[in-house]
Structure formats: C-alpha cells, structure tokens
Ligand binder design. Structure first.
Ligand code: HEM
Ligand SMILES: [Ca+2]
Length: 789
C-alpha cells in the first residue's frame, strides 16, 4: 500500500461505525479519521494502543465493540482516560522508641563498660559458632549433596561481603541481647532503652560502619544513570535503597525478647508449628483464574528477584549449615548452631512427612543487616539486591558482579551462544558451574529418556536464582536479549557512542520498560485501578510526573518481603505447559523435576514454547490452595519423595523477621483488630484458624493474608493490598530515576544533548511512556521542548 492508503482491516465483520476502508482493488478509501468508541465502564472512551488500556481490562472485556484501529492502522482498543492520580499517604516508619513508653529502668550501669562486656561476649559467641561449625564438618554432620536443604542454600547464598556484614551485625544484635538479659529490660522497652546508648567509644564503634560509608561524587549525583548498587539515588541519604542494607518496617518488630528471639504466643506458650499450620489450613486444589495467565505469576517472581534477595546465614566459608539430621529428626542440642538455625517442627502424625519419618524441616535464619541508624536495637534483615526496581537481576547489585556480566563490546551483556541445528544459533545467559553440593544442572535420564547432553550448565545472572525454574530462566533470557537488542539498535543510530555509553543507555531503557510493565500492566491486576489511583500509582497518560519526593525512603519493607509479596506462591501452577505456536500443548513438566535444572532451554524452540505457555496457561488464585509441588516437593532431591514446604517456610520466615501478627496489620490497614476468631469473619472463614491457633492475636501475617477474600477489583485481600500498595508507592516516589519523571525533580533529563533525543525516541517506540501520546510529540525537538518547559 502506498503511504497514503490506510491498511485494510483484518476481518469482514468490522462494525459499521469503524468505516472499513475499501480493499486496495475497490474504490479509493476515504481517509480514516474518527472511530466511534462505545462507553466503557460507563465512561466515554477513545481508541488507543491496546497496552494503554491495561488498567481497564475487565471493563473492556465486558463491553462489546471495543476493538478498533488507530490512525496508523495498528490494532487498538477503546477505553477511557485513566482516572486522576491522588497522591495517597504512606506509612511512616515506626520510631524505635515510641513516645509514651516509660522506662522502668533508669539506665544505671548501662554504660561504655557494660557495652564493651556485652561486645566481648558476642565475640566469644561468634568464635564458639565457628568452632562448632568446624567440629560438625569434621564429624561429617553436613548438608547432604543435592538435598532440598542444599538447593535452598543455593537459592539464598550469601556472598563474602554479605557474610562480613552479617558477622558485624550479629555482634551488635548479640551484644544487645546480652544487655537486655543482664539489665532485665522488658521487651516493649528495649527500643527506648537501647536508643539512648551511644556506641562511640565502645568496642562496637567500628562494627557496621560500612553502612554510612557510601561515597557519592558530584558525577554520581548528577549522572543520568543510576549506580549499580543503588547508592546516591537519594541526594541526602546516599544509602537509601542501596544493596546490602536493611529492610525497613511498617510496624515495629515483634521479637520475644525485643531483639531477635522468635515471637511466642501472647499467652506465653510456643506458637503452633509452621508446618502444622500449613498442613491444617492449606490444600492443593485447582482454582484457576478465569482471566489471568501464568505470566502474572512469572513476572511477579521476576520482579521479586529484582527488588528482594534475603541471603541466609552460613558457615564462614559460605557452606550451608545443617539444621536437621539426615534422617529428618532434630539435631542434638550440642550439634545445633544456635542463633543460626530455626528448624520447623513437623508433628509425628503429619499427613505427608510422617510417611518418611521426618519431624524436622530445616530453615536457617536470614542474614542480619547493620542498622542504618547506627544504634543498638532489634534485629533487622538484609536485602542483598538493590531495593529499587532497577533490574538488579539482569545487571547485578554490585560493581564486581555487574562487570562480570558485561561483554565490554558495544554495550552488550555476555551471552552463551548455543549452536542449534544447521546455522541456527541462539543466545542464552552465560553459564556457571554448579557446586558438587548442588549436583548437575542437567536432567537425569529418568526424566528425559535420554542421557543428559554435554555442556548443560546452570546460568549466571545479576541475581543468584535464575535457574530456580525454567520459566524464571526464560524470563531472564528475554530481558538479557532485549538489553542486547537495545544496545545494537542504539549503536546503529549512534556510531560514536562507546561501550560504556551504549551499556548505560540500553540499561536505562530496559529498566524503564520493566518499571512500565510493572505499573502499567502488572499492578492493575494485583491492586486494581481504583486503589492505584488513590495512591498515585497509575502511569501518566501524558507529560511527566513530579512525584519524586526525596523524603521517601524507597526501601523494601520487612512485611512486604516476609509475607505480603509472597502471595505469589499461591499463584503457582504445579505443572508448566510448553505450548507451540498453534497453541498445542507439546509438553507438560512438573516443577519438582526442574528446580535448578534449566536444561530444556538448551533445546531450540523451547524458549518460545515456554513463552507461549506463560501467555496461555491460566494462573491460580490467591487463596489457601497451594500446589504440592511447593508444599511437599519444593527442591526435592530425586527419588526422595519429599522436599520442603514453602508455606511452612513463609510462616517461619515471618517469625524470623520479627513480623507482628496478622491482627496488628488488620488494624494498621483499617480493618480493625479482631477481638476473637469470629471477628475475622468480615474477610475470611475463621473456622480453620480455631483448630490451630490459641489466640486470634497469634495468627501469622502470611497465612492471615492469603486467607482473606479478594478485595474488590484486586487479586489479593485488603490487608496484603494495603501493604503492597504502600510498598509500590515508596518504590515509585522514592526513586529519583523513576522513568516517568520530568526534568525538574530528576537528573534523568538534565544535560540532555541531541543524541539523547534518539534514545528517548526509541523509548517511546517500545511503549515506555515518556511523553505525550500524540504522534506529533514523538519528534525530537518537540520532545526536548517538553522536557524543558
Ligand atoms: C515456582 C515459583 C516459585 C518458587 C519455586 C519460589 C520459591 C521460593 C523460595 C524457596 C523462597 C525462600 C523461602 C524462604 O526461605 O523464606 C521464596 C521466597 C520468596 N518468594 Fe518465591 N517462589 C516462587 C514464586 C514466587 C512468586 C510468583 C512470587 C511473587 C509474586 C514470589 C515471591 C517471593 C518473595 C517476596 C520471597 C522472599 C524473598 C527473599 O526474602 O529473598 N515467589 N520463594
Ligand atoms: Ca533492584
């Protein structure tokens, strides 16, 4: 067709009001200008690119005749303008010493000397742990190769610098516990009592000093490119959002001793076993979503591995700690590394694990973080990744890792080139060796029917978990390929750019894409349009946002990582479908056979089949149904018949993190505290809780959250939605490089030169909103004008 002709519509059934242009051989078409769009959701609508209607998905589906074509002939959809974004108010971080707390204790004796004594006791404890670890290794009390525990340890592996931070933070936490015990400080008064302590002049002065060390040069602070480790994003608080810093909180922690001992029941007894809660309350039922595909789950996990990574404690050399005996019983007291081990008790009559005689599910405590306030206080956990949505899992969270992942040629990331049949080649993530502890990354013959081919290895990416499932590896690979595609495209347009410039520009665009997918497509499903509008989370339809607020700490919240964002575990399908381009299912795989075994991606054509599967298979609902592939067979060693229970791990992890009970979050989220179990009936069926918990105030946040009925237009219940909304508000408004910012609040657009215009044109072309959606605004000079106005 000549440029003046409108392309014909695809089908003959186009509606009259769309005024189908005549086919090329018929009478000349009248130029198409206006489409009639019906009211959608009771509001006037207009024709837009389909992705711009993501937040109106349900309404569009419910309205006939919304398919349309934009002026350039591409397929579109009718939908209304997005509602006005209201800013919303975030939760303010709780103060460590709440006003109104009166100290019974007058502080006498709690001085430099006392702190030094506690510090040396902590040093002794650390030494004792090392000695015990050595003895255990000498006596072959170690984590078994290829066991579920070994795979879990790989999932949460702490790098050397993180292990060092953990040791320093441990000294502080242990010293704090010693002081609390010695001076008999009540748990609710711990925060205030310890805040008063000055650490200067004590033996703890030099511990944890790295947190305050972030150095930001003028160049960093004015760069249009974010740092790899996330530092220097906030111009006042350089470390906010940086990797290897603490998670923050919505509510103060709840530890039994006010420091780090896991929560106990409000009546003073132990809380019910996390496995008992899981086995009593959770079942495996197929409750598939009617409208959402498994991409919703997969993108959630992808996003999770960008903003969150909680390494767990290990031996000094990084090797994993055994926490249960090989036969599935508890380790003898003298063989347990107390303080690092937090095993889950399995009742003797467990409906599943009793078959294998297991009474212990191993769990290791999460790495401790140095507190950003530099004071002694309750434990905080550490995020190994940058807290921002900045594709840490593609680029890494520290300079060394980022360097290892780069090819140093034309801005591209390193790839492993797989030779397919004939001349066919394709790019996979670079390879990495597996340790003997984790066994081969290839699939055994029993699964595939053939001997494992040679040179199947696991993959290396910015985050250590790309191989957890083949669908996760698939997602990592397409983002890797997209970076390299962007770099090549940019190089074509800007031949004078060097490797560094190409890398940074491609990285900036890819991050913008991820942020846009998150806020434009993914969050509307999770939170619903109305809540998003109420908290200022909807993407802009035009112009730039001025939402960046340097007062906002963007950091990930403990409640988010330890409970709310784990809602995604309920979405998981036990079987993954590989679907061909004719929508035929070619293969069905069980998760338990493919954890950390990405072999299928080495077969030409399989990546596409995973992608089509992700876009056709429905996801599961968020509820008390979880697939047994994760509640009985997580990371299962072949032929053992059992693995770990992810629901039990989630609950126990919440206690490790010192999360308050579900009831406390009901209150802060506006549902009101339930006085007894029946008080929960507004959002869930309370019956199942009665048989496991002693008190309504004991309920763990994770299990409470997934039990709630879905809030209107949302994929989760009101309490999780409230925590998630708060987090995504902080991630958006606390990120100086958030992609839709205007020139004034961000350095994103400062010092723009004519070459940048081309970059940004590309950004628009990819569907990342940076400017007016009116086609005339896509021209370079206009774009610049807009920036500067
Ligand atoms: C097949 C898919 C998945 C598997 C096998 C999986 C497995 C795991 C495992 C083993 C943990 C560590 C548990 C612990 O020790 O505390 C974990 C943590 C977590 N998962 Fe998943 N998960 C999957 C999907 C998802 C999805 C879809 C989401 C969110 C939408 C999600 C969110 C999280 C979060 C936020 C954590 C905490 C991470 C951290 O602290 O580093 N996961 N997952
Ligand atoms: Ca990140």
């Amino acid at each position: 067709y000549t440029p003046h002709q409108t392309r014909p519509q695809y089908t003959a059934q186009n509606r009259q009001h769309n005024r189908v242009p005549a086919p090329p051989h018929g009478p000349p078409a009248r130029p198409e200008t206006v489409f009639y769009c019906p009211n959608v959701g009771g509001r006037p609508s207009r024709c837009r690119p389909i992705k711009d209607c993501a937040a109106w998905y349900e309404e569009v589906l419910a309205t006939p005749n919304t398919a349309c074509r934009s002026r350039d002939g591409s397929p579109g959809s009718c939908c209304p303008d997005l509602p006005f974004n209201i800013r919303g108010t975030p939760f303010i971080e709780p103060s460590t010493c709440e006003s109104g707390v009166e100290l019974d204790y007058n502080g006498e004796g709690l001085d430099v000397l006392a702190v030094n004594e506690a510090a040396s006791e902590a040093e002794l404890e650390l030494e004792a742990q090392k000695v015990l670890a050595k003895r255990l290794q000498d006596n072959h009390i170690v984590v078994q190769a290829e066991s579920a525990r070994a795979t879990h340890a790989r999932f949460a592996y702490p790098s050397k610098p993180i292990r060092n931070i953990n040791n320093e933070a441990f000294l502080n936490v242990h010293a704090a516990s010693v002081l609390v015990k010695r001076f008999q400080i009540k748990s609710e008064q711990v925060g205030c009592a310890l805040q008063k302590l000055k650490l200067s002049d004590t033996d703890l002065t030099r511990k944890c000093s790295t947190v305050s060390k972030a150095h930001c040069s003028e160049q960093n602070l004015n760069s249009p490119f974010r740092t790899i480790d996330g530092s220097c994003n906030n111009k006042r608080h350089f470390v906010w959002g940086r990797s290897a810093t603490q998670y923050h909180r919505i509510l103060p922690s709840h530890y039994a001793d006010g420091i780090w001992a896991p929560r106990i029941s409000i009546n003073g007894s132990a809380l019910p076993s996390a496995r008992l809660i899981s086995s009593t309350m959770v079942g495996d039922e197929n409750k598939a979503s009617g409208s959402t595909t498994i991409w919703f789950m997969q993108y959630g996990q992808f996003l999770d591995h960008d903003i969150v990574s909680t390494p767990e404690m290990s031996n000094d050399d990084g090797s994993p700690i055994p926490c249960c005996k090989e036969d599935g019983k508890f380790l003898e007291d003298e063989n347990r590394i107390h303080g690092k081990c937090l095993p889950i008790e399995v009742p003797e009559n467990d409906p599943f694990y009793s078959r294998f005689g297991r009474t212990c599910i191993p769990l290791i405590r999460a790495n401790l973080a140095c507190r950003t306030d530099g004071k002694l206080g309750h434990a905080e956990q550490l995020n190994g990744n940058t807290h921002f949505i900045d594709l840490s899992l593609v680029y890494g969270s520290d300079d060394q890792k980022a360097g290892e992942l780069r090819s140093r040629v034309n801005g591209e990331l390193s790839v492993f080139v797989k030779q397919g049949p004939g001349f066919h080649k394709f790019d996979l993530l670079p390879q990495t060796d597996s340790s003997p502890l984790n066994g081969p990354c290839s699939l055994p013959k029993a699964v595939t029917g053939v001997e494992p081919p040679e040179n199947i290895k696991c993959f290396k990416a910015g985050d250590g978990r790309p191989d957890v499932t083949p669908a996760m590896a698939t997602t990592q690979i397409i983002f890797l390929r997209e970076h390299n595609r962007l770099a090549r495209e940019l190089a074509r347009w800007n031949p004078h750019w060097d490797d560094e410039r190409l890398y940074q520009e491609a990285r900036r665009i890819l991050i913008a894409q991820a942020q846009h997918i998150t806020y434009n497509e993914w969050l509307p499903i999770l939170l619903g349009r109305t809540k998003m509008a109420a908290f200022g989370l909807l993407p802009l339809q035009s112009g730039f946002s001025r939402d960046y607020d340097e007062q906002f700490n963007p950091s990930i919240l403990s409640e988010f990582v330890g409970a709310a964002f784990r809602f995604g575990h309920s979405l998981i399908q036990g079987k993954t479908l590989l679907v061909n381009k004719h929508r035929g299912v070619e293969n069905v795989i069980f998760l338990r056979e493919h954890y950390f075994k990405p072999q299928l991606l080495y077969t030409p054509g399989n990546l596409d089949k995973f992608l089509i599967g992700l876009a056709s298979q429905p996801t599961q609902k968020v509820d008390l149904a979880f697939t047994k592939e994760v509640t009985e067979h997580l990371f299962e060693k072949r032929d053992m018949g059992f693995g770990l229970d992810l629901v039990a791990l989630n609950i126990q992890r919440g206690r490790d993190f010192g999360l308050r009970s579900y009831n406390a979050y009901r209150e802060v989220c506006g549902l009101g505290r339930a006085k007894d179990f029946d008080g929960l009936a507004d959002v869930m069926n309370p019956e199942r809780f009665k048989s496991v918990y002693n008190s309504v105030d004991d309920i763990d946040l994770f299990i409470g959250g997934v039990s709630e009925t879905k809030a209107e237009n949302s994929y989760v219940g009101p309490t999780f939605r409230c925590i998630l909304t708060d987090q995504f508000m902080k991630l958006k408004r606390g990120d100086r490089y958030f992609y839709d910012l205007g020139g004034q609040s961000s350095s994103f657009t400062e010092g723009i030169d004519s070459q940048d215009v081309r970059t940004h044109q590309l950004l628009i072309q990819l569907g990342c909103r940076t400017t007016e959606r009116n086609s005339s605004d896509k021209s370079g000079p206009n774009y610049l004008r807009q920036q500067r106005s």
